[in-house]
Write a protein that binds this ligand. Structure first.
Ligand code: PLP
Length: 392
């Protein structure tokens, strides 16, 4: 059976928990997605931009020195080499092509760290669509450079001053905008989160990661399948993108790495490992909340993992035990960043460094011939200030 079901559920997670006025827009989007995205024309157009504009296929790189150090084989899926420096462009390209087909004239998005805002502003510039990005005032201060990037790309960045002035409030504001402008506006969501059909649609757009990795792995090793897939989990899109094409191969173990921040008893972002079920961003999922259901602030040194919820399909994969979820702290991620930099000459994004941090924990614990594919979701340039402050 393929998931989500017709109502957008992955088991008991997912659905559409949005204001009544948005339901028709979600139906319209679902219908358009189903009808358009599978046509040969759409696929050809998306493939064209993924390869010529974004730089696909990305290599699956055998990290020889890292493997030697760890005692098992690691293959890195190099999403860090894509245009704009991370996997997010796979999704924003897919969604904007769909928006164009649907005749939408205006794009809105919300952003926390600014990465999704930049990826959205980038494709809006490329296709000449008006772009409005909602961002909490607090996040704007913390991510000044990304605000500047978005504006340089021609986007309007709207500060959100309610509540804690971060991602949660920016999301509410984007939804409010969508309610009032639903006719001509397309809402680009940045991860496998939000109401149906977003988790499915974003997963499908990101699945190019796993499809390529599968073929490349066979070509490099002569083996059909790896033993493990490892990826960091914020909202969960790079992980779903890697996992999904291996879903039916039950021998392949899938491991999602959440941010343990400064510790699981302190500030963290481990929605799956330490959260509970509830509604966030239009879907039933796992999230960090207090006894009264108030959403708690997440914390991670990696801005892209600093999100109190997670995509509903991950909640389902955890519940059914098809995937396993672990945590890696800020400190361990920094160690991962240093090790990958020194051994392979690749400085990963702090998000991706969490996946490396997990591999370090498995050093000499996996058998010698174990093959691991790790999603290197982004490059580290954006994080150099943070890393410098943390290491000095
Ligand atoms: C945004 C981001 C993430 C987290 O998002 P997911 O949806 O969980 O993939 C991970 N890595 C990088 C480099 C990012 O920019």
């Amino acid at each position: 059976m393929s998931l989500p079901d017709r109502r957008g559920y992955f088991g008991s997670f997912g659905g559409r928990f949005v204001p009544e006025t948005l339901i028709p827009a979600l139906y319209e989007l679902e219908k358009a997605y189903k009808e358009i995205s599978h046509t040969r024309d759409f696929k050809r157009r998306l493939d064209y931009f993924l390869s010529e504009y974004a730089g696909r296929p990305t290599p699956l790189y055998f990290a020889e020195r890292l493997s030697e150090y760890l005692g098992f084989n690691v293959f890195l899926k190099r999403e860090d080499l894509l245009h704009t420096g991370a996997h997010k462009i796979n999704n924003t390209l897919g969604q904007i092509l769909l928006a164009l087909e649907m005749g939408k004239k205006r794009i809105i998005a919300e952003t926390g760290a600014g990465q999704h805002g930049v990826a959205t502003a980038t494709v809006c510039a490329r296709f000449g669509l008006k772009c409005v990005v909602y961002m909490g005032r607090e996040d704007m201060k913390r991510q000044e450079l990304n605000v500047f990037r978005m504006r340089l790309l021609g986007a309007e960045v709207v500060p959100v001053d309610t509540g804690a002035k971060t991602l949660k409030e920016a999301t509410s504001q984007a939804i409010r905008d969508w309610v009032s402008n639903v006719r001509d506006t397309f809402y680009i969501i940045g991860s496998v989160v939000g109401p149906h059909p977003y988790p499915m649609m974003v997963r499908d757009f990101q699945s190019v990661i796993g499809r390529e990795a599968r073929t490349q792995f066979r070509k490099i090793t002569g083996k059909r399948l790896p033993d493990y897939l490892v990826a960091c989990v914020g909202g969960g899109s790079n992980a779903m993108g890697l996992f999904y094409p291996f879903y039916k191969d039950e021998k392949v173990k899938m491991i999602g790495v959440e941010a343990a921040g400064s510790g699981l008893n302190n500030m963290h972002a481990a929605s799956l490992c330490r959260g509970s079920a509830g509604v966030l961003h239009g879907a039933m999922t796992m999230l960090l909340q207090d006894k009264d259901g108030q959403v708690l602030n997440a914390h991670s040194i990696a801005a892209g993992l600093d999100y109190p919820g997670v995509g509903p399909e991950h909640a389902f994969l955890k519940e059914t035990k098809r995937a396993e979820y672990v945590t890696v702290s800020d400190k361990q991620a920094l160690k991962g960043l240093s090790v990958l930099s020194r051994l392979e000459g690749i400085i990963p994004a702090l998000e991706s460094a969490h996946a490396v941090g997990f591999l370090l924990k498995m050093r000499r614990r996996f058998k010698k011939n174990t093959n691991v594919i790790m999603c290197l979701s982004g490059r580290g340039d954006k994080d150099m200030h943070t890393v410098k402050d943390a290491l000095v």
